[in-house]
Design a protein around this ligand. Structure first.
Ligand SMILES: Cc1cc2nc3c(=O)[nH]c(=O)nc-3n(C[C@H](O)[C@H](O)[C@H](O)COP(=O)(O)O)c2cc1C
Length: 224
């Protein structure tokens, strides 16, 4: 009888220890898991930060009357910019003049653009963009008098593009790339400027299948 009571007491004590030990262990285990998963999660987010660097397409483009295409409601360069974005999943940032003083008619626009170029002007544009998440930036504009429109130089100078990969593109009506790559490299000395793409404005409006093939092939060659 005495042995039975001792045995029963021992059994009760053992059961109590087992139950409290499990919950204690469980709590400890949860904390341990949290301790273990904490740094692991940090590692994942650090890795994501490294790989999630997004691609951006910055572009300037005009609607209204344009050479060879009549009056357009989407700019030639805008069409190419959207194709790049569709192919790469890139965000788009359109450079829009702060006050839209650019004329609607082609010949008046050429006069204003020439004046800006002669004066080495830096026209202001609307808004700003945080580029810290963007390591690769496609930058496009129409050729204006053999060069980037001056408002693009405002963008190059307003932003810290050092260490970034810059990929120029343009639309034109005969001048081709017009040294956009070299001019971009000269303006952004600490950036890595890759091979650019020139597209005829008229093709961007009227021959979009062939333009899309060129855009896709170029991006694939670049490895994006
Ligand atoms: C002010 C101005 C200057 C231009 N200068 C040139 C030029 O030097 N060479 C060229 O091939 N095309 C030139 N063009 C034609 C444009 O580059 C072409 O129409 C372009 O596709 C327009 O693009 P957007 O619709 O995106 O503005 C000029 C057009 C304008 C309005």
């Amino acid at each position: 009888m005495k042995y039975k009571r001792i045995l029963l007491s021992l059994l009760v004590i053992f059961m109590f220890m087992t139950i409290s030990g499990c919950s204690g262990n469980k709590a400890e285990t949860t904390q341990d898991i949290q301790k273990e998963t904490g740094p692991a999660e940090e590692t994942v987010s650090e890795t994501q930060e490294q790989t999630d660097k997004k691609i951006l397409v910055v572009f300037f483009s005009r609607t209204g009357e344009q050479y060879n295409v009549g009056v357009i409601d989407k700019g030639n360069t805008a069409i190419v910019a959207e194709m790049i974005s569709e192919k790469t999943g890139a965000d788009l940032f359109e450079i829009l003049p702060e006050t839209d003083y650019y004329p609607y008619t082609y010949s008046e626009l050429t006069d204003v653009a020439k004046k800006e170029q002669n004066e080495n002007a830096r026209p202001a544009y609307q808004g700003s963009i945080d580029l810290s998440d963007h390591d690769v930036i496609f930058i496009g504009a129409p050729v204006w008098w053999g060069d980037w429109p001056m408002i693009m130089y405002t963008f190059f100078e307003n932003n810290d593009l050092s260490g970034k990969t810059l990929i120029p593109f343009n639309t034109h009506e005969g001048s081709g790339l017009s040294g956009f790559d070299k001019k971009l490299q000269a303006a952004c000395k600490d950036s890595d400027v890759l091979e650019g793409l020139a597209i005829r404005g008229k093709d961007a409006q009227n021959d979009q299948d062939s333009v899309r093939s060129k855009v896709d092939a170029w991006i694939e060659k670049l490895g994006y």
